[in-house]
Design a protein around this ligand. Structure first.
Ligand SMILES: [Zn+2]
Length: 314
């Protein structure tokens, strides 16, 4: 560890189908809440987004952590681009330095409906995790968990993408996925697979156990031990086998007795039962044939690079 040398980590977090924000539109109106300053095309939208962000920050912190977050010392600026046909997406960046987190920036875009029901809760969950853990999470665990709070339509889309990736050899082996601290070049499978695994774990233990599992894994760097302690599965490859079997069976909800014992997971469980039974064909990849591929540059990566350039300019 190098003391005396300022080491900043800038996290760039992207989400669903983001494309670069158009730069030729005026962001006309501002609105301030306790923890957010929103810029949006008109005052009504700015207020709607700011109030929703504040509500999500409160409600989701209770769901994940069991209590609301304290007020941030500086509000998080949110820039919202809202248009009916705009692809839904967002990016949140912040700086970790010696156990603190600050310099929040959030950009969100999409239709009003999708911003309010998916992009905003996803991005706000990133800020809750950053405030709680004060260090970067494994990418799969971060993006996966943030996707579980999106609208069922968006989650179903991730599930369909997952099936496609598994069928075409773009799945990521769990040992590789657990070791990833940065986004891989082929980033979309990380989102859909991370979402699916986070969903599997949360349906079986609830959100707060998931947080404890991630927290212990971060503290010890011993993910198999944390997995064993919180989910009773003693190695990561075995988790991959169990998870893949579950996906092949169409992601069945856990027994009602398990679901009923966990507060706050009814919504996910209901979605799981309502989801179409996408099953894998018999020739689906076996766990040891899942391999990471780095075939194409993703829109997420382009966005992250663009944001990084902007951050450096500031
Ligand atoms: Zn994200």
């Amino acid at each position: 560890m190098q003391f005396g040398k300022l080491k900043k980590r800038i996290l760039l977090l992207g989400t669903v189908a983001a494309i670069c924000l158009p730069t030729n539109r005026l962001l006309a109106a501002g609105y301030r809440t306790a923890n957010f300053v929103v810029e949006a095309p008109d005052p009504q939208l700015a207020q709607k987004i700011g109030d929703a962000a504040e509500q999500y920050r409160h409600d989701l912190a209770i769901e994940w952590l069991g209590e609301p977050l304290p007020r941030w010392s500086q509000p998080c600026p949110v820039t919202a681009e809202v248009a009916p046909n705009l692809g839904a997406g967002g990016a949140t960046s912040f700086v970790f330095d010696r156990g603190e987190v600050f310099n929040w920036t959030m950009t969100i875009q999409g239709s009003e409906e999708r911003i309010l029901d998916s992009v905003l809760p996803h991005e706000v969950t990133h800020t809750i995790f950053a405030s709680h853990f004060r260090q970067p999470l494994p990418r799969w665990a971060d993006e996966g968990a943030c996707t579980t709070v999106e609208h069922p339509v968006e989650r179903a889309r991730q599930h369909r993408l997952l099936i496609e990736f598994l069928r075409t050899g773009r799945g990521i082996s769990f040992p590789d996925m657990f070791a990833m601290k940065e986004y891989p070049a082929d980033v979309l499978p990380l989102y859909s697979q991370g979402y699916s695994l986070a969903r599997y774990l949360i349906e079986r233990g609830g959100r707060q156990r998931y947080i404890d599992f991630v927290g212990n894994g971060l503290a010890s760097s011993d993910w198999p031990q944390s997995l064993s302690q919180h989910y009773g599965i003693n190695d990561i490859s075995k988790l991959q086998t169990i998870w893949l079997e579950w996906v092949k069976r169409g992601c069945p909800a856990p027994p009602a007795s398990v679901a009923a014992a966990i507060p706050g997971i009814q919504d996910i469980a209901r979605t799981a039962r309502g989801q179409s039974p996408d099953t894998l064909p018999m020739n689906a990849p076996t766990p040891n044939r899942i391999s990471a591929t780095a075939a194409r540059q993703s829109i997420y990566v382009q966005r992250a690079q663009r944001t990084q350039r902007e951050t450096k300019q500031n």
